[in-house]
Design a binder for this molecule. Structure first.
Ligand SMILES: [Mg+2]
Length: 230
């Protein structure tokens, strides 16, 4: 009897709001403008991200309204959001780590499935002290030179790879914070628990019909432990 949890990394395990906001401010700074820029507050910015408002519109609402300005904003954002100088602003959720420890102690097999690249994931796993929770063969991420096609295409494939590589289990669950996680789980016939502590709000997550929506990884793991046949 093996219960396995595939968890996304950014969102359920790591609070990325600060990184995303600092990247946003940097993008506003780097795009030239002869009219005043109007950077949003962190909470206003994060609310827009969670409502899945496109980057172009976030730029527009920040005073960058010419098409070439919004395009440049989007380009900078893509360049910077996963870059080392900004990854340092990530913080693991303390309650998530405690919950994972509890899941591991209860015999749940833990695996990470993330759109981070190898070079972005490994230092974080080591730095946050997660190595003992996720063995090396249970860290599924993108190769450093992988050409991304988009999360909703890449994530189902990556989860497929994880399912195929690992030994069969009696029951599997996926936890994630975006539509890409929900789609990946659905394509692989795995029930998905969406968490609202990440980059999408409950309304956006609900549009994709996950099995459950809970606040965070701690609540997701409580639900898994409760439903695990003893
Ligand atoms: Mg995520």
């Amino acid at each position: 009897m093996t219960v396995r949890l595939y968890t996304d990394f950014d969102g359920p395990l790591v609070d990325v709001a600060d990184r995303y906001y600092r990247v946003y401010l940097e993008c506003c700074e780097r795009v030239p403008s002869d009219t005043p820029k109007l950077p949003l507050s962190k909470s206003a910015f994060w609310e827009l991200k969670r409502a899945q408002v496109p980057e172009r519109e976030i730029a527009w609402r920040s005073g960058l309204q010419r098409p070439e300005q919004t395009a440049e904003f989007v380009r900078w954002r893509q360049t910077l959001v996963h870059s080392a100088p900004f990854l340092v602003y990530d913080r693991p959720w303390p309650a998530a780590i405690a919950a994972l420890e509890k899941a591991a102690a209860a015999g749940i097999d833990l695996a990470i499935v993330t759109m981070r690249r190898h070079r972005e994931l490994l230092p974080a796993v080591a730095g946050y002290g997660l190595g003992h929770l996720f063995q090396e063969d249970r860290r599924f991420c993108l190769a450093d030179d992988y050409q991304k096609m988009g999360d909703t295409l890449d994530k189902p494939q990556l989860l497929r790879r994880a399912v195929t590589c690992l030994p069969p289990c009696t029951q599997a669950w996926m936890v994630g914070d975006t539509e890409a996680d929900i789609l990946a789980a659905q394509r692989n016939n795995i029930p998905i628990i969406a968490v609202t502590c990440g980059i999408r709000n409950e309304t956006q997550l609900g549009l994709h019909h996950p099995e459950h929506i809970v606040r965070d990884l701690r609540e997701a793991i409580a639900l898994i432990l409760k439903s695990a046949p003893s």
